[in-house]
Design a protein around this ligand. Structure first.
Ligand code: AMP
Length: 646
């Protein structure tokens, strides 16, 4: 027998047995006894035991190959008789056959199955385990959020994942047990699908679960936000109450955060708008009357239990300072770090966060999605630009499609946008040719697109994220998040691609064409200096038959802004209308010849004249300056676009 790579007895005790252990897994267990009950199952250990948590992480990352094989085996054995897999495998559960016969798919390919389930068909068409809810993703299809299947077991998988973040953090930051975390978390609207299944964002699903309520330490009040304030469906009341509770407990707070950087900055902006009222509540010991949510009214007074003049004066003193530089450190003086995701599209918020944070580390702990939770940052205190995520091998079966950088576009991008990784091209063209590699076979420095086979009914599903291999933790590759396929603009959870932007602009420009104006060029950028951030479009217009540009009617231009917003997808419209996490869209009209100047700039920076294409999104400050210095009119949308839950 081969030497067992991990401490079998200790680990074995930590895993609960499962009735569905397959032959192959048993076979594997003869080689590595401690892994026999690992694949597809979740270690049942005490999440308060840091050492046990670290040990599990070591084991998982040591045994990536075996775990991945076991996960695949378990998924296809469980689901061999689903309509979906039967169509390709004819009831067989052979791993090689799976990779030969089951296609790598996009959402559009599986949408009919998801819609059937949403409309009441049995969920065993894709999953032997009953689908218990549909998770609405921030990616959209036909303007509506994509819906990802989820199961009861998956909630435990997520909980297991969250619990593993704790020992990693404790390894790098001492004394976190001596105080509280102020995490500003929110639920979003949900709907019931015709089948009766709830359709809601993944975090809303998690926060509403008993797994969240019973999360480690919750009963010891180690978080400043009572669950009731997080679960309040009115986002304004929720934010107000959470900030109030966080301020009252300010001296106990050791860490602050939100899921994404954009949400944390929104909280700072909210504080800017409401600090006087918050101080007045603290001074009187009474919560404002407009907080009408019954659960909030019940729990917040338990924290704001009496008038506190001294605290109100202190907060007032800090907040009335003209500059809010370092405000986090001033209001929550014991804070050791800010936990917010600042990788991917959230990187645009780093400088603003640094301004408010007073030099606190920005910690991106995890990489996850509605489809599946993927990876953990094993070095949480590393600089945002150095953050890598280690994929956790028992979350799903991971495959990776090699992608190469398109050098021509990449050059243009580096020069015009300053971010070289933005342009990765898929190597494959036809769907049939898509080649994937296993997680253990990725190469250092190479780029890949992530594909997952989950325990919840997704098979060889393209997530749409491009990742780069930066190293290995034991045998587990670590990835830097490079970008999401096709996304040009993103402020919060919205993800607008070039095609959506083009469609929206095409619709809006019709309003001008009837007046004799033509849109000859456009580009865009996400302005994140204002809070909330907003989309800015630069438009170069011409008047048919004339070279000068007569005065533009601001009403019509504002209508153009609104039309673009109405034409963007439902996640954008929700963020803009319901969450207020995106500000009014702006069109900046630039003078004649501006886009020639932009082209000259890009070429001077190394872009090829022959292959120059106007970038549809600009990131480089220099390029934005070129456009901004030629602006002749600025117009903002005056109405938030319509939005209804799906
Ligand atoms: P959703 O399914 O709406 O939760 O969105 C998931 C997507 O958000 C992922 O596929 C990524 O594109 C992005 N995302 C999630 N976590 C991170 C992260 N830590 N860094 C960068 N992007 C992320």
């Amino acid at each position: 027998m081969r030497a067992c790579p991990i401490n079998c007895i200790a680990v074995k005790q930590q895993f609960r047995t499962c009735s569905r252990i397959t032959n192959d897994v048993n076979q594997m267990s003869r080689s590595y006894p401690c892994l026999s009950i690992l694949p597809g199952m979740l270690p049942n250990y005490d999440p308060n035991d840091n050492e046990a948590g670290m040990k599990i992480l070591e084991d998982l990352t040591e045994n990536v190959y075996q775990i991945q094989q076991g996960v695949l085996e378990e998924i296809i054995t469980r689901n061999a008789h689903t309509e979906y897999l039967k169509g390709f495998l004819n009831g067989q559960s052979d791993k090689d056959l799976f990779k030969k016969k089951v296609p790598v798919v996009n959402y559009e390919d599986i949408k009919p199955y998801i819609e059937r389930i949403a409309n009441g068909d049995s969920s065993n068409i894709i999953s032997a385990d009953p689908i218990t809810e549909l998770l609405t993703s921030s990616g959209t299809s036909g303007g509506q959020p994509k819906m990802m299947p989820s199961t009861a077991e998956d909630l435990h998988r997520k909980t297991f994942f969250y619990n593993l973040l704790v020992p990693v953090m404790n390894k790098y930051v001492d004394g976190l047990d001596d105080g509280k975390g102020m995490y500003l978390l929110f639920v979003k609207p949900e709907i019931k699908a015709p089948s009766g299944l709830m359709a809601r964002p993944v975090l809303t699903s998690y926060y509403k679960s008993s797994n969240f309520r019973n999360r480690p330490f919750n009963r010891f009040n180690v978080y400043t936000s009572p669950d009731e304030t997080i679960l309040c469906s009115d986002s304004k009341q929720s934010m107000y109450c959470q900030l109030l509770c966080g301020l009252v407990q300010r001296t106990e707070v050791l860490r602050v955060g939100a899921v994404f950087a954009s949400a944390f900055l929104r909280a700072i902006k909210f504080l800017e708008d409401y600090w006087k009222e918050l101080c007045s509540n603290i001074r009187t010991g009474h919560v404002s009357d407009w907080i009408t949510d019954p659960s909030c009214r019940k729990v917040v007074p338990l924290i704001l239990s009496k008038p506190n003049w001294e605290l109100a004066n202190l907060i007032e003193h800090e907040c009335s300072n003209k500059s809010w530089e370092g405000i986090i450190k001033k209001l929550w003086p014991r804070t050791k770090y800010i936990e917010v995701i600042v990788t991917g599209s959230m990187a645009q918020y780093i400088s603003t966060l640094e301004f408010y944070s007073g030099g606190l580390p920005l910690v991106s702990t995890m990489y996850a999605s509605s489809e599946c939770y993927f990876g953990i940052n094993f070095k949480p205190l590393s600089k945002p630009s150095d953050v890598s995520y280690t994929l956790v091998p028992n979350m799903a079966y991971f495959e990776l499609i090699p992608v190469k950088k398109d050098h021509e576009d990449a050059t243009q991008d580096v020069q015009c946008n300053g971010i070289c990784e933005e342009n990765c091209m898929e190597e494959e063209t036809g769907k049939e040719d898509i080649e994937t590699v296993d997680l253990v076979d990725v190469k250092l420095g190479h780029y890949y697109e992530l594909v997952v086979t989950t325990f919840t009914g997704l098979y060889r599903y393209r997530v749409g994220d491009i990742l780069m291999v930066t190293g290995f933790h034991n045998n587990a590759p670590q990835f830097r998040f490079v970008h999401r396929r096709n996304v040009v603009l993103s402020i919060d959870t919205d993800k607008t691609n070039e095609e959506d932007l083009l469609k929206a602009v095409t619709k809006a420009k019709l309003l001008l064409e009837s007046l004799g104006f033509l849109l000859i060029e456009y580009t865009s950028y996400a302005d994140t200096f204002s809070i909330p951030g907003h989309y800015v479009l630069f438009w170069e217009l011409t008047n048919k038959g004339r070279n000068d540009l007569p005065e533009l009617d601001s009403k019509i231009m504002e209508q153009c802004c609104s039309t673009v917003e109405e034409s963007l997808d439902s996640v954008y419209r929700r963020c803009r209308r319901k969450d207020n996490s995106i500000g009014p869209l702006e069109i900046r009209v630039v003078k004649h010849g501006t886009f020639n100047a932009l082209m000259d700039f890009c070429i001077s920076q190394g872009s090829s004249v022959n292959q120059y294409k106007t970038p549809r999104c600009i990131k480089s400050a220099e390029a934005i300056n070129i456009l901004d210095s030629r602006v002749v009119g600025r117009f903002f949308s005056q109405n938030a676009p319509c939005w209804e839950p799906v």
